[in-house]
Each structure stands twice: as C-alpha cells, then as structure tokens.
Design a protein around this ligand. Sequence first.
Ligand code: ADP
Length: 421
Amino acid sequence: MYLGVIADDFTGGTDIAGFLVQNGLSVTQYIGVPDASLNARETDAAVVSLKSRSCPKEEAVDASLAALRWLREQGCEQIFFKYCSTFDSTAKGNIGPVTDALLDALGGEITVMAPALPVNGRTVYLGYLFVNGVPLNESGMRHHPVTPMLDANLMRLTEQQSRGKAANIPVAVVDAGPEAIRENLQTLRENGYRYAVPDALTEEHLVALGEAVSGLPLVTGGSGLGMGVARRIRRQHGLDGRSGTNAGKPPGGRCVVLAGSASVMTNAQVARYSAIAQAKKIDVRRCLTDADGYAAEVAAWIGSLAPAPTAPLVYATTGPDELVAIQKTLGAEASGLAVERFFAALAARLLDAGVDHFIVAGGETSGSVVKALGIKAFHIGPQIAPGVPWVRALDRPVSLALKSGNFGNEDFFSTAQDFFK
Ligand code: ADP
C-alpha cells in the first residue's frame, strides 16, 4: 500500500477517496479505525475516516494516532492527514495538534499545510486562503456554527494551534516546479520551520506539489493535494490507472433513494426526480413519535410497489419556509435527529427486505444510514459527480451513493442509476 489517509470527517474521507480513484489509485475507505485484525485489501491507498474535526483535541489526537498505527501496519509509504479545504478548526485545533502528533510519531521534521482545491474555488496566495475569490474570513465560513474562520492567513492559523513555526512557499517557487519546491522545503527545514504553506492557484501547482513532497513521511491538506500525490504515486509505480474503480462498481439490483437533506440542490433534485419516480414525502411528526413503526410502514409501501425503471424515493427534503415552521414547532435538533433516526430504521428494514443499492442525500443522513446498515469499510467506485463516487461495502453485498446536500446536479438521482442500467 502506497498511501494512508487519515480524514477528519466522513464525507471528507469520501471526498479525497474519490479524487484518489479519479487519479488512478484503487482505494478502500474505512469508517473509524479498523480492528487490528482487519488487514487492508489489496489496494493502492486506504482512507480511514474519523469524526475528529471538532471533538476535544485529546480525542482527535488519540484517534488519529490509532489510525496511524493501523495504516503503518499495512505498510503505507506516506501518510496524508486530510482536512477541509476551508481549514475548519479553532485556535485550539484540531488541525495543529493532530499534525504535531503525527509528525512526532513519524519522526518527521517538516510537513506541508495545503488545503487548496482550485476546482472548488479554494486557492492559496501568499499563504492566505481564498474561497471563490474572497479571503476565507470574508466567506460564509466566517459564520460557521462550530468552526468560524476569522482569519485567512494559514501561517497564523497554523502557529496558533501547533508547536512550531510556519512559512509560506510563494507561487513563483511553486511555478518553478518540484525541484524548486523541494529546495525551498529543505531551506525552511534547516531554518527551523515545521510547517510549509505552499501557494496553489491551479491544478498544475498541486501536481507539482504532489511530486515535491515525495520524500516527506507526512503531508497534510485537502483533496487537491490528494490529486497531486495520487498522480505522482501512479507515475512512480507505473500503475495503469484503469483498475482503480472496478472493485467499487455498483452491479445493479434493488435500489432506493433516501433524501434527508434540506439543501437547495437536494430540493431541486427531489423536485426533478419526483416527476419520474414513485415518491413519498415523510411526516416529521411521525418520526418524532414513532420512528420505528413509521419506518416499517414506509418499508412496506416500498415493498408493495411494482418493479419500475426508476427507484422509489423517500424524502424529508423541504423548502426553507416549511423547514423553519417545523423547527419552530417541533424543535430544530429534535426534529433533525428524529428524521435521521427514521432513515436509519428504514434503511435497516430495506436491507433485510433485499434492497442492495442505496442513494442517500445529506451528510448526516448518510452517516446514520451507513451505521444502520452495519458497514465499516468500502471500495471506492466510479464518480457520479465531483466528490460523490459509488462505493461498494466490504462487509456485505451493498452499493451506496452518499452525497452531501449541495453536491451533484439536478439529475443526480437518475444519473446515479445510469451506472447499472
Ligand atoms: P446536508 O448534507 O444538506 O447538511 P444532512 O443530512 O447533513 O444534510 O443534514 C440535514 C439535517 O436536516 C438532518 O439532521 C436531517 O434530519 C434534518 N432534516 C431534513 N429534513 C428535515 C425536515 N423536513 N424537518 C426537520 N429536519 C429535517
């Protein structure tokens, strides 16, 4: 195994796994640290996804070190700590403390902090992080409920939450290519810097960075650096880049669509898909009073449907006005959790009834469905949309398409099914 990735959340793990596969590596993703007894399948890279983005920093460090131990047992050549391209963290962490702990454990002296993902509008210039052309602290991230980002300077953000000094690698050096970047890293290391923040405005910059970091035991950053690292590994080891997605392909079978996101894009996807498939909107009140019984009823409804070319849809998705009204009367947290519980119970029942393909909209919703299905690891398959691959469980014969609310275009639910029609 060439690369071991430690991702600080679940959809972030799927996101980088998708980029690695698209750039020619075969990848398995694990939910949480695998049991010591579980040996990684024969893949080029393994992604261990944690829930360590905003938990107490000691927990984040412990979980990351446990993931590191397992990945090293699988023989990984390089470790990649993956966090969000908007550097989601606070002055206490968890990006800095986890990076320090991993660097110490690996005996590394310097690493890169490279969140840039130009394809999604995240760029780094003079060490400042931009989101769609505005500094991070002027983007929507300023108001994030858990990790509000009030500074865009990645050197300051890094130093605040870690134990060493950070310096920028300017764009002129990155433009000059891998050798120039390597020399700059060497100089920084000799001058006592522990973190290098490279500028990155384009895909080419990330490809050059992927080459330049080949000698570092640890790299950190977003999916953009993942792309660069994957291309370098593919070149170094002469991988043909075609077998990457085979193990993750959906074979086709009984499929359902579950939508638990209330995002703008999921609303559009549900509206478009309801016109061509059997669809049921759920009653949130019933999720609160009797999630299990209600799930049994909806599962029976799905079981009663005649076979159709399009999979049935069950959705909680609703527009902002109705959502606000529901949250006001039933409580935002209570209603959200009840809807998640309902989808978890429904997914478990559908699995028992022989459904083996699940298309799920919503990050939290996906997390609870995967848990309810008892899935701990999967092969990453072909991309349906950027950041959303089909995946195939290792533990049981089930395929999943797990999508964050705003991902994919309006035809996403149909496009996903085109892969096995
Ligand atoms: P996204 O990826 O769009 O953030 P998530 O699944 O992560 O989607 O989060 C959506 C949250 O909203 C979940 O907790 C879900 O249960 C909740 N939710 C969805 N629809 C409704 C609804 N109609 N009423 C109340 N809560 C809802």
